[in-house]
Structures are given as C-alpha cells and as structure tokens.
Design a protein around this ligand. Structure first.
Ligand code: ATP
Length: 304
C-alpha cells in the first residue's frame, strides 16, 4: 500500500504538487494520470524519498521510504530506464545490485527470465534498444521480489509488442497481490491496463475512481436531432424526461432518451426529423475535457 497525505512540493515559485492525498491499494493496477507537468514524477520521487516534500508525507507500507532497511525488498521502481552503466552486461548489473542489497543471487536468473532478457543477459547494456533497457529497468524493480511496484511512464517510446508485454506484466504482478502504481499521460493506455485511476492536474487531485466508473461517467453520450420544428420537438422530448440543449447550428443535443424513443415521440406527433445521430466522445476526449483547465502549456495556434 502507498499512502500520500496532503503532499505539497514547491520548486521556487512553482507548486509541482499541491496538497495531494490518495492511497494505492494492493491487488490491482492503479494508473496515475495527468497531462505533462501535472506533477506525476515529482509525486513518485517523493514516495521514493528522492525529493523532500515541502509539506505533507508519503508512506510505503505505513512508513517513509527512507526509513526502510532493505528498500528493494519493499518497493521496486522504474523511473529512468537510461540510468544503467552502459559498459556492464545485464547479468553483471543485476548481480552487483543483488550483492550490494543482500539479495539471493538466484533472483538474478529469475528476473532475467521473467523480463525475457535471458538470451541477452551477457551482452553489454550499451548495445540495448530502448525496449531492452526498459525490460532491464523492470528486472531491477523485481529483483527484491517487492510487494510494491512503481513505474513512471513505462511504455514511453516502446513499440506495440513492448507495450503489450508491459501491460500483461503489470496485470500479472497485480494478480499476485502486489501494489502496482503506474504513471502515464495516455488515458487510452490506462483504460486497458489499470483497474483504478488517480488523475491529477497542476499537482492537485482531479479524480480517484475505478476505471470502469470513470469511463462510464465521463463519456459524452447524447443524441443529435435536427428538425424544422425545433421548439415543438424540444418540448415533447422534455415532457418525456429528456434533457434538451440547443446546439449553436440549430440542432438539439438530447440526453436521457434513446434514438428509438426520440424517433417514436417525433413520429407520434407527426414531427419531421432530418437527422438523428447518437454521439459518443472517445475516452481520450473525455479525459482531455476533464484535465483541460489544468494543462500547463497549450499551443496557441494548434501547433508550433
Ligand atoms: N527539479 C525541479 N526544479 C524546478 N521545477 C521542477 C523540478 N521538477 C519538476 N519541476 C516542475 O514541477 C512541475 C511538475 O513536474 P513533473 O515532472 O512532476 O510532472 P509530470 O506530471 O511527471 O510531467 P511529465 O509527464 O511531463 O513527466 C512542472 O511544472 C515542472 O516544470
């Protein structure tokens, strides 16, 4: 379990994390979502004791990370996959970490196997692709067989096969009862991976919810109706319990009734309908709407 209580981190005049509180529970994948600059990495660094909070605190298994005797046995993390010395082989790197952290050497073979690196274990890391480095970073995270795992943007720069591999691994780690906390700025990716979502914007909490509930509640789901008798049909639909809003171009945006029900009402009253279309926003659109106010840098003219 990871607990963050009223966590605030300021860098000079920038408030990177703003009185943020949430808990990450075991046995499920929790996605940590937010636009670029929302404060995800800062929060993760604070949980790992790499940054000192301005105020508030972060606990792993009820204690601050820095007080843990053998941290690799409690929390495994992947923050920066490029941080391995390029001259070492993958196996050397892991063996060195196992020795200096008092972990059994047998774990090295196990994590190489689990991350699919056994066949390249003796190759120098310098020649590794981004995907292989990412796997090695995950092997390091798994080395101490920790109950808690944290991954910062693990799918960044990976090809589709690598993305599917990471997604499957996260889910299997969670099904083993571990706490899995993974950050991303892509809603579509998290919808496929996470059971639960913590969404932040400008360092503050926007949502702490089940993924299914988030998808259900945030998706735009209405029916667009066009008719020459706008006001008359709007009144008839409202009387049937629908919410009706006028669109700027004369159409009606109707929620609370199906296309079939709207069509029946119109036909029963002899109202001609020129267009009847169900509209559904994509999940990514719904997420962008939710975090809209908190996007730090917005291109003024749609690009450069
Ligand atoms: N060491 C630092 N010194 C000054 N400002 C910082 C520092 N680290 C982060 N920030 C600022 O804090 C804010 C949050 O940054 P952070 O990297 O935590 O966001 P993020 O959600 O991880 O974003 P991204 O998806 O771009 O990595 C940003 O405004 C960033 O510029």
């Amino acid at each position: 379990m990871i607990e963050v209580h009223e966590l605030t981190k300021r860098y000079g005049s920038v408030t990177a994390v703003d009185r943020l509180s949430f808990a990450v529970r075991p046995g499920r994948v929790t996605g940590f979502l937010g636009p670029n600059g929302a404060g995800k990495s800062t929060t993760m660094r604070a949980i790992l004791g790499l940054d000192t909070p301005t105020s508030g605190r972060a606990l792993v298994d009820r204690v601050p990370y820095r007080t843990i005797d053998r941290p690799l046995r409690v929390v495994g993390s992947l923050l920066d996959a490029g941080a391995v010395h390029g001259g070492r082989s993958a196996r050397n790197h892991l063996e060195w970490l196992a020795a200096t952290n008092d972990l059994p050497r047998s774990r090295v073979g196990e994590v190489l196997e689990r991350t699919g690196l056994s066949s390249v274990a003796r190759k120098r890391v310098r020649g590794f692709s981004l995907g292989m480095r990412q796997r090695l970073g995950i092997a390091v995270a798994l080395l101490g067989d920790p109950p808690i795992l944290m991954f910062d943007e693990p799918v960044n720069g990976l090809d589709p096969e690598g993305i599917v591999w990471i997604r499957t691994l996260m889910r299997s780690l969670a099904s083993e009862g571990r706490t899995v906390f993974v950050s991303s700025h892509l809603m579509s990716e998290m919808a496929l991976t996470a059971d639960h979502l913590i969404v932040i914007g400008r360092g503050a909490l926007i949502a702490d919810t089940g993924t299914a509930d988030f998808i259900q509640s945030s998706s735009l789901n209405d029916v667009l109706v066009r008719t020459p008798r706008t006001r008359h049909l709007a009144d008839l639909l409202t009387a049937k319990g629908a919410r009706v809003a006028a669109e700027p171009d004369g159409g009606l945006a109707v929620t609370g009734l199906t296309t079939e029900a709207i069509s029946e009402v119109a036909a029963a009253h002899g109202v001609e309908v020129h267009e009847l279309a169900r509209r559904q926003a994509s999940l990514e659109e719904a997420y962008m709407k939710l975090t809209d106010a908190s996007v730090q840098y917005r291109a003024k003219d749609g690009g450069r």
